[in-house]
Design a binder for this molecule. Structure first.
Ligand code: ATP
Length: 792
């Protein structure tokens, strides 16, 4: 009988308890969501931490937020404080928990556990305790399940990273024992996570580059915003990539520590799946490259890196985002598209971290000309890095940044990084690390130029590729039209080239870069989409077929060679119209003496002969394809409006057209044959005897020609006994790579560009004066004749 009311009371208690627990859980989840949207938290400084003196000091003003530094009231958070809880308390709590297990049915101990609540009926307390136990068991099981799942996930992600990285470049994990750590001592002071050091060993990066050395402490350990400037190919990707990974790993370690010390905290703190770092790059290829680079370094960790770029399947990228990667590397267009489309992973983590957009009424932000600067709260929550090789900082940039009074200058192209830094909302305490020298150009880079007429640029290009086409070469054009023109001419001249420009399909763009990367002496003709960031080993030469519009782009283009520890050479083809522009460009990086690239003009007649044939062939082919395109355009449009196209030509006209076409195709065939015959022989200087062939150090193009010629000669000698007497003599030719050719001439070919521009100006003045003088003479004579006529 007693069980009736008692069980009713128990049911009520159960419900009440359930409700209370639910309310507490919802509240805690809400708090945790806010907590998780905070920046990642670095580990606490160890006592013997070399940087610990910085924590909490003024040095950190505006710096990263550690758990201990977060102003909870600012974020309305209730952050667990495990460190404040004494070890004694934790031990007590744990022993209590043990006691519970041992004396499950010991009423007195239950009463003690419940804080000695003597007023509550015994039965109620027992039921409550049983309920609690049940819940705790459930919780423990859930925790165990989660841990196993999490562990599985981590392992999967790490495996995935490892596989991807291994596939990316065929490298395999180094045998840990084979690493001689003494070779890597220079990394020690950067105090990187052991997993990152493992990657560094595998990549055989013996020491950090200067920009890495300078940036890692500020970015990874002091949590500062960083504006980093260092020459092209100096390892800037890892200068910001390593700090990002370091902080993620420290955060993970901290969570694990908390879990072991403070069991209940794990689910609240360890909740994963938020986007922690967003890296924005100017081009798609660069985004993919940065992704690969970071994946390579993150290989032994569980950190996932995903690229989000245009020109690829949006659905696939949405799926990738659903896997909730910690790091996203993207181009602005596609990122914006997905964010506008509501991609949760991007919006939930980024939106309130972004600079406020125009029109916002945020009281803390203030409008400048084109943008709104970032509110102090947002700045505090986000760590920002801006890296480039060409940070053209104005003299008072630091001062302005320090005083937090940056104002963007409208249309200020040269100070674009300054504008970007401002828009990105750099904190006043940002570390500005500018390692660029006065010339900004990479120190291993040899700069040179060839002065020529605009119409002769093709000839010099052909000359360079034929005689010096060693290693990989990138040819930069400013316009797509010029790119199409030279790629077509070079292909007719039997030189294999890849092209890369913004109007190409993304898949074709990637294919071009991949093939270029895979070809030892490959040639890539590109517009400025390839100017920034592309890191392709073995690029020995950069040719500027057309000058870029700014010194900044010039530096980035030239920086595709002479990267990391290698050297390289850049050659600018300068037409008379470009001389003063080039002189201006050079002046902007304080380098007025450039070398004139050595040209052996005895090759030019032969070059011109081949080029002239190629141009004629190109003209005919181009005309043909234009006619075909026009015809198909007409047909397509006629078909769409259901029109029948009449051929209005008379019979005579049709016959004439047919004859012309036949003649043109015969002419084309003849020229192609002629060109093929020429191309089957090596490029010859004017005084060249057929018995002498170029030898050591030949370019790949020349090598092919030599082999072809050798085959021909062999065939000839087999058929003609007379030819047997003719021996092929191979002599040395200056077919070395451009850098060697440049170095071989020493300093003598150094040219003062100012001088050249001056000379050109003087010549033009002289010409103008002569013209004026001629005109004056002419006028005088006319007047005299008039006078004479009038007199007579
Ligand atoms: N510590 C290091 N030791 C040796 N090589 C390194 C090191 N760090 C990076 N590298 C290599 O140097 C090359 C250039 O690096 P990265 O592409 O990051 O240069 P960058 O400064 O960003 O160039 P750019 O300004 O052209 O974008 C890469 O191939 C990279 O793997």
């Amino acid at each position: 009988m007693a069980s009736g009311p008692s069980s009713g009371r128990n049911n009520q208690t159960k419900k009440k308890l359930k409700k209370e627990k639910k309310r507490a859980r919802v509240k805690s989840e809400e708090q945790l969501e806010r907590f998780d949207s905070l920046p990642w938290n670095p580990s606490l400084p160890d006592k013997d931490d070399a940087y610990s003196f910085l924590i909490g000091s003024n040095e950190l003003e505006g710096g990263f937020l550690s758990l201990e530094e977060i102003d909870e009231t600012e974020y309305a958070l209730d952050i667990p404080k495990p460190q404040n809880e004494s070890a004694e308390k934790i031990l007590k709590r744990k022993s209590k928990s043990k006691k519970r297990k041992v004396s499950e049915h010991d009423d007195s101990s239950v009463a003690e556990d419940e804080g000695g609540n003597e007023e509550r009926p015994e039965e109620e307390e027992v039921v409550e305790w049983e309920l609690k136990e049940l819940k705790q068991n459930k919780k423990r099981k859930k925790k165990k399940k989660n841990k196993t799942q999490k562990k599985g996930k981590l392992e999967n992600a790490a495996e995935e990273n490892a596989e991807l990285a291994a596939v990316a470049d065929g490298k395999e994990d180094v045998d840990e024992e084979s690493v001689d750590e003494s070779e890597y001592l220079a990394w020690n002071e950067l105090r990187l996570h052991p997993l990152l050091m493992k990657s560094i060993h595998r990549l055989k990066f013996k020491e950090p580059t200067p920009i890495q050395k300078a940036c890692i402490p500020a970015a990874a350990h002091q949590g500062k915003d960083v504006v980093g400037a260092a020459e092209t190919g100096s390892g800037k990707t890892l200068a910001f990539g390593l700090p990002i990974l370091q902080r993620l790993l420290e955060e993970r370690d901290k969570v694990e520590r908390l879990i072991s010390e403070y069991e209940e905290a794990d689910e609240r703190i360890a909740s994963r799946g938020f986007l922690r770092a967003l890296i924005i790059t100017p081009t798609r290829e660069l985004a993919l490259q940065v992704t690969d680079h970071l994946k390579e370094v993150a290989k032994p960790t569980n950190v996932r890196v995903v690229p989000i770029v245009g020109g690829m399947s949006t659905e696939k990228q949405e799926r990738l985002l659903k896997s909730r990667p910690e790091i996203v590397v993207g181009t602005p267009g596609r990122l914006w598209e997905l964010m506008s489309g509501g991609a949760v992973h991007l919006t939930e983590s980024i939106i309130d971290m972004l600079p406020v957009t125009s029109g916002s009424d945020d009281a803390q932000s203030h409008n400048t000309e084109n943008c709104v600067t970032v509110s102090s709260l947002q700045r505090k929550k986000r760590q920002t890095f801006v890296f480039s090789a060409t940070i053209a900082l104005s003299a008072d940039f630091r001062k302005k940044l320090k005083h937090g009074s940056l104002k963007s200058k409208p249309n200020d192209g040269l100070n674009s990084i300054e504008t970007l830094s401002e828009r990105a909302g750099m904190r006043a305490s940002a570390a500005i690390i500018d390692l660029t020298n006065a010339s900004i150009l990479a120190h291993n880079l040899e700069e040179s130029f060839i002065e020529c007429k605009e119409e002769d640029k093709d000839a010099y290009l052909f000359y360079l590729l034929s005689l010096h086409g060693q290693g990989r070469t990138i040819i930069f054009c400013t316009s797509i039209a010029a790119l199409r023109h030279i790629s077509s001419i070079l292909r007719i001249l039997d030189i294999n080239v890849w092209t890369l420009h913004a109007q190409m399909q993304q898949r074709a763009r990637l294919k071009a870069v991949d093939r270029f990367r895979a070809t030892e002496h490959g040639i890539l003709i590109a517009t400025d989409v390839a100017a920034r960031g592309l890191d392709i080993p073995g690029v020995r030469t950069v040719i500027h077929y057309q000058l870029p519009h700014s010194a900044e782009v010039y530096v980035h283009r030239s920086g595709r060679t002479a990267r990391a520890l290698s050297d390289g050479c850049s050659i600018a083809l300068i037409s008379p119209n470009e001389t003063s522009k080039f002189a201006g460009l050079c002046k902007s990086f304080a380098k007025e003496n450039f070398r004139r690239f050595p040209i052996d003009i005895s090759y030019m007649p032969e070059v011109m002969k081949r080029l002239s044939l190629a141009r004629q062939i190109d003209k005919i082919l181009r005309k043909d394809s234009q006619e075909k395109a026009k015809k198909s355009w007409l047909e397509r449009n006629a078909e769409s409006i259901e029109l029948v196209l009449d051929d209005n030509d008379s019979e005579d006209e049709r016959v004439n057209k047919h004859k012309q076409k036949k003649a043109s195709s015969a002419h084309l065939k003849k020229m192609q044959q002629e060109l093929n015959t020429l191309l089957s022989r090596p490029l010859q200087p004017k005084t060249f005897s057929n018995r002498f062939l170029a030898g050591a150090g030949v370019s790949p193009v020349l090598q092919n020609q030599l082999e072809e010629l050798a085959r021909q000669k062999l065939a000839d000698s087999n058929t003609s006994a007379q030819n047997k007497r003719r021996k092929l003599v191979i002599i040395g030719q200056d077919c070395v790579e451009p850098l060697q050719a440049l170095r071989s001439i020493g300093e003598e070919a150094c040219q003062d560009l100012k001088e050249i521009a001056e000379k050109r100006k003087n010549m033009e003045n002289l010409r103008r004066k002569r013209k004026e003088q001629k005109k004056r003479l002419h006028d005088q004579r006319r007047k005299q004749r008039k006078k004479l006529k009038g007199g007579s």
